[in-house]
Design a protein around this ligand. Structure first.
Ligand code: ADP
Ligand code: MG
Length: 695
């Protein structure tokens, strides 16, 4: 089959891809030509027009060209290289915070450059930080693009320009000797007005400039929707394929043990909320049924879902079954591990830990304990469902922050316990409210419970929206909080589209803050640190040795330090509402009044302003999610493209909600009338590769 061939063209067969680039491509989930062609831009830029420099406006992304007038290094808060660029209408500055001496030497006065970037306000006029630029030899339009410029999700070491040229190569191979197979029957394509698959892929990599940039950037063009549709369909087919009629399946036989239940509650330092009790009632009753539980537990950040899961797990363990608890990040999984150990110690339950970083003898021992049944509950990351992980008697699966996992990841874990007749009980938890229609169609086989209240004594987090120019005032607030024995988070977010720059920014910020606050113990945590380093920083923060923790968004999910009562989020305007809500949920976890300061860079776009106002005015996750849907714009995409965490390549559960009804209908009909394309479709979108083997 031609499509087989696309998969069989390894990424290394592209000109210029050696072993080190191959590894980088793998990090992006790209192993072969098909992966490359389905690796779609998340944003487009219009570089088909040239702006006169005096016409650019704050916040615009512009293509300009001009002559370098000066080039000097500035020593401010951060060392930077500044070049002045002039055309016949005016001048603008280009600014580089990361630059090599070769780069400095090449940007000499007199040279002509063509640049693209976002206009910001600088001290002496407009500036562009880190523009994409190239040297040109004469003015004119020949440096301009003919089509819209795609911006791809990428990773350090593969620059946009380079990635674009590889995609171009890929498309040439496609044009020469392959075809993208259209699996969808033509009657469905015409009935639902879907364009042809290959047209969609070709267009999205190379969109003519007559397409509406705004619609493209929101993922709403017919080409993107066509692909989103097929992807959602593939997921849906996958669920249907694996789902057996519930009454045919045997659930683990769990008899409710009152003693275990009460014994646990007795040693718990708090009383359950009503919401937690209701949720437990649902869950505990499911567990005693003969059909496998399949339940979604929703509850706002801080609602206390973890302890509910812990109480339910005891019942499975008490009946001789093993439990697996999977969380999307190492920090979160480790925190669960520590909590469960603490909670379970009085009961003598043996808790195991597994992450991708556990290797060698330790891993072997952990896996043996699991296989022999010595380990009663295994807590960890994606490592939990890797091939060599064998459970003795897995009967209950808990997945935290389930929206961070793909359907097939959940299924892989479930398959560790399933047979043709047996299926484990499953509890999936999320703080991201899923609109009802979505929950119903995509998670069609899930029952759902919502914890509506928060533990008593929680005070609403006070939220202020403040311009970055007032940073000095904030330093004083940090000092005051620390003097009063409180702890503080400072969150550095992605400005540039690269993780390493984000980590660097966090490093710089932590040094600056340490200078400004000589008496404060400042710590730093970011995604580039080894996991033992991260753990030791986190535990120093937990026990108060660190007062001010400078962090990247790695702390987003689930981290719990009740004494932290102040959070500062930099560049808050660049983040989506859901992410801001999750981040802010890290404070306000104890019974002290907490504060969150959302720092923004001027100028603030209209959307950015509205989003920050929503955050200032509400702490209600459901309300915020609703507003998020309403306000969702192109800026939203930043920060959500971390490889391995994304459930969908193209589809967006909220944006594409309207497609789901059709997806449901069509997947039923394909199951009945076109069995032969079910597997190919699933393979195309959810192929079970080693992609997750190393996470
Ligand atoms: P989430 O629902 O966001 O996962 P967690 O399970 O992390 O929330 O719980 C947040 C914090 O609240 C934890 O410190 C937890 O121990 C605490 N907590 C949970 N339930 C209660 C309760 N009923 N009373 C007081 N504190 C609670
Ligand atoms: Mg949680």
């Amino acid at each position: 089959m031609p499509n087989k061939t696309l998969v069989s063209v390894a990424i290394t067969s592209l000109k210029g891809v050696g072993p080190s680039l191959e590894r980088k491509f793998n990090q992006l989930g790209i192993y072969n030509l098909q992966d490359l062609l389905f690796h779609l831009p998340f944003r487009y830029e219009d570089r088909t027009k040239l702006s006169p420099i005096n016409s650019v406006k704050l916040g615009d992304r512009v293509q300009i060209s001009g002559e370098i007038v000066s080039n000097k290094i500035l020593f401010g808060q951060r060392r930077s290289l500044q070049c002045m660029l002039r055309d016949s209408t005016g001048f603008i500055y280009l600014r580089f915070f990361h630059f090599s001496s070769a780069q400095k030497n090449s940007l000499t006065p007199g040279k002509l450059l063509s640049c693209y970037g976002e206009v910001r306000r600088g001290r002496n006029g407009f500036e562009i930080y880190h523009p994409e630029y190239k040297e040109i030899h004469s003015y004119g339009t020949n440096s301009l693009e003919n089509s819209l410029t795609p911006i791809y999700p990428t990773t350090d070491g593969i620059q946009q320009k380079r990635l674009r040229s590889f995609v171009k190569q890929g498309i040439e191979i496609l044009n020469r000797n392959h075809k993208l197979v259209e699996y969808l029957p033509s009657e469905i394509l015409s009935e639902y007005k879907l364009c042809n698959l290959e047209d969609a892929i070709q267009t999205l990599h190379n969109p003519p400039n007559c397409l509406d940039l705004n619609i493209l950037n929101r993922g709403l063009s017919s080409f993107q929707q066509r692909l989103a549709f097929e992807e959602l369909l593939a997921h849906r087919l996958c669920i249907q394929k694996y789902r057996k009629a519930p009454n045919q399946l045997l659930a683990p036989n769990i008899i409710f043990k009152q003693g275990l239940y009460e014994g646990f509650l007795d040693q718990l330092p708090f009383k359950l909320t009503n919401g937690q009790e209701f949720a437990l009632k649902d869950i505990l009753s499911d567990l005693t049924q003969t059909i496998p539980m399949h339940r979604l537990l929703q509850g706002d950040v801080g609602a206390g879902k973890t302890v509910v899961a812990a109480i339910a797990a005891i019942q499975a363990i008490g009946n001789g079954y093993q439990v697996a608890l999977m969380a999307p990040t190492e920090i979160l999984a480790e925190q669960h591990f520590n909590n469960f150990k603490k909670w379970y110690r009085p009961l003598g339950i043996r808790v195991g830990w597994l992450s991708g970083k556990i290797k060698g003898a330790l891993r072997k021992e952990t896996l043996q304990d699991l296989e022999f049944g010595t380990c009663q509950i295994l807590i960890g990351t994606h490592a939990l469902f890797q091939r060599d992980v064998i459970y003795n008697k897995l009967g209950f699966i808990i997945i935290d922050e389930q929206h961070r996992f793909g359907v097939h990841q959940r299924l892989s874990l479930r398959n560790k316990a399933s047979s043709s007749v047996f299926q484990p009980h499953q509890l999936v938890m999320t703080a991201t409210p899923i609109p009802r229609t979505l929950a119903m169609s995509v998670y069609a086989d899930l029952d759902s419970t919502v914890i509506k209240d928060l533990p008593p004594g929680r005070l609403r987090v006070n939220t202020a929206v403040i311009s970055n120019q007032k940073r000095a005032d904030i330093v004083k607030r940090i000092k005051d909080a620390c003097i009063n024995g409180r702890q503080v988070y400072w969150v550095c977010t992605l400005i540039e589209e690269s993780e390493s720059l984000e980590c660097e920014a966090a490093e710089v910020t932590s040094l600056n803050l340490a200078n400004l606050l000589p008496k404060t113990r400042v710590g730093l945590i970011h995604g580039r640190m080894r996991s033992d380093e991260k753990n030791s920083v986190m535990s120093d923060f937990k026990n108060g040795d660190i007062q001010l923790l400078v962090a990247t968004t790695v702390i987003e999910v689930g981290v719990d330090v009740p004494n932290a009562s102040l959070m500062i989020i930099e560049n808050a305007e660049r983040l989506g509402l859901a992410q801001l809500h999750q981040l802010r949920g890290r404070v306000g976890r104890g019974n002290i009044q907490s504060h969150c300061i959302l720092l923004y860079q001027t100028p603030l776009s209209r959307d950015g302003k509205l989003r920050l106002e929503v955050m200032r005015d509400s702490c209600d996750g459901f309300y915020i999610a609703e507003k998020d849907l309403e306000l969702r714009g192109p800026g939203q995409v930043l920060g959500t493209n971390q490889a391995g965490l994304m459930s969908f390549k193209i589809a967006d559960m909220q944006r594409d909600a309207l497609l789901l009804d059709d997806v449901k209908i069509i997947s039923e009909s394909l199951m009945q009338k076109h069995q032969e394309i079910v597997d190919p479709l699933i393979n195309r979108w959810l192929s079970d590769r080693e992609e997750y083997a190393n996470v």
